[in-house]
Design a protein around this ligand. Sequence first.
Ligand code: ACM
Length: 265
Amino acid sequence: MRVGFVQNKPIFAGVQDNLDRIEELLKGQSADLFVLPELFATGYQFKDMEESRSLAEPVPGGLTTSALTAIAKKTNATIIAGLAEIEDDQVYNSAVITGPNGYIGKYRKLHLFDTEKDCFQQGNLPLKLFDIAGAKVGVMICFDWRFPETARSLALMGADLIAHPSNLVLTHCPQAMITRCLENRVFAVTADRVGMEDRLEEEPLNFMGQSQVIDPNGNILVRASMTDEEVHVVQLDLSLARDKFLNPRNHIFNDRRTDLYPPPS
Ligand code: ACM
């Protein structure tokens, strides 16, 4: 499987310009799956729920999903991308999964970070896997990394690969995702953005780039810069994620002592 990411530098509220830029960045690129950042077409730092509502779109049916589907047709690739979603007047920090044959599904961020709590509802859909080019793909968004249950649950469901649209501001994430991959023996594609936003008083946000693809052995297959728009594609050997043995005597799931762990609360 060939998987790629786009690391972009969105203009806040410049949805059409940001969509055009993604199309430009993907021109001539080919992969089975491209992962784009969280809120890649709107920008990140909303002031309140009214503002996020004003830029949120139905999924499917909105401009961004339609534009991504058109790009998916042109590149013959599935795309997973973060966007502000509205349904029944509720706004979610979501990801859409769409491909050359149209809309496939969505994910709503479960763990909202900081001021996102003023701008979005918590995700309310169960974790789910999507079949993409022979791979089982789970989706989580940015700060979900800080809750290891997210990646663990996806891995226990059978994920080969975790698509991770992000707007990283916490510096530990790129290294922490190596751990998420090691402890679950999965691939992860983190697609981050670059640039800064300074829309709330005394809360400037510097987005740290470093989009990356990590393999089940914790190797960094590719990592982007902290400053530039970039696109990278790598080939994955999915059999690595399907072998949960570390050595002939240690299986990362079967060796868990669930008989002695406290019940999940
Ligand atoms: C984040 O979850 N975008 C920090």
